[in-house]
Design a protein around this ligand. Structure first.
Ligand code: DGL
Length: 278
């Protein structure tokens, strides 16, 4: 057991990503659990995670979880697929950890009738083979085709959610999956739901698009119901933080979360031992 060195209250759920992508997960969690408090960390100083090695991602993940634990969270949601590929433990720094890949793989298997499933992800996520491995554990007959989409994250970070340029690169990346006649596509990066309108234009209505926000909300709901995770009894609060420039992040946060939720954003340095969000 780690010592309780939390400096804040109330007990929030921590959520982190390299940038704005994890806000799509945060949004799903706020909608589902309006009485819970959340702390969000966007590690924008180190974006993109998807182009980094597992060793570097592991170091950044450890830093982020340590920061959230120090700020008193009761659980940490790794709202980043690239980061989730290096998670091997259920608890880190004394708090339970939720990765997005396990619920995403389960949701894909549930959604697919043909067993032909496409994965869109960062280079790090595709290289890790985490989705094909977990999907095949759930359904050994499944055929999984993966496509790395390194241009999607910068387009999402620029807020180009439905733009002719976005449509072109979506078409380029999705063509190999459509040729394999997949019936389900996993948006295997939390930035990709920001581009969902463009993606859906190319896939049409007959391909199921799986994004991890709802899937992880289901998992957390189950843990609240079983008592594994304690429900909050305090008034809900939301703290948004980033490790680099705040201005443009704020604009995107308002677009993704709505202005009522995104009102203030802090710049933090997780490696500073005295860094507190409260
Ligand atoms: N949002 C992150 C993910 O889900 C990746 C973005 C990045 O490359 O930093 O993989």
């Amino acid at each position: 057991m780690m010592e309780d060195n939390s400096v804040g209250s109330p007990k929030a759920i921590g959520v982190f990503d390299s940038g704005v992508g994890g806000l799509t997960v945060l949004k799903a969690l706020i909608n589902r659990f309006p009485n819970e408090s959340f702390i969000y960390l966007g590690d924008t100083a180190h974006l993109p995670y998807g182009a980094k090695s597992p060793e570097t991602i592991t170091r950044l993940v450890d830093q982020n979880i340590k920061f959230l634990a120090k700020n008193g969270v009761k659980a940490a949601v790794v709202a980043c697929n690239s980061a989730s590929t290096v998670i091997t433990e259920d608890t880190m720094h004394g708090i339970p950890i939720y990765n997005v890949i396990d619920p995403g793989a389960q949701a894909a298997v549930n959604a697919s009738h043909s067993g032909k499933i496409g994965i869109l992800g960062t280079r790090a996520t595709v290289k890790s083979a985490s989705y094909p491995t977990r999907i095949k554990n759930l359904n050994p007959e499944a055929k999984v085709v993966s496509q790395a989409c390194p241009l999607f994250v910068p387009f999402a970070e620029e807020g180009l959610q439905d733009d002719p340029l976005t449509n072109l690169i979506v078409y380029r990346y999705l063509t190999p999956l459509l040729q394999e006649t997949v019936d389900t596509i996993v948006l295997g990066c939390t930035h990709y739901p920001i581009l969902k309108a463009s993606i859906a234009k190319v896939t049409g209505p007959n391909i199921a698009l799986v994004d991890s926000g709802e899937a992880i909300a289901d998992q957390i709901q189950a843990d609240f119901d079983s008592g594994k995770l304690e429900k909050s009894t305090d008034s809900p609060t939301l703290k948004l933080s980033v490790t680099d420039e705040t201005d443009f992040f704020m604009q995107l946060a308002k677009m993704i979360l709505g202005t009522d939720n995104a009102q203030e954003i802090l710049r933090v340095n997780p490696t500073d031992p005295d860094c507190s969000i409260w």
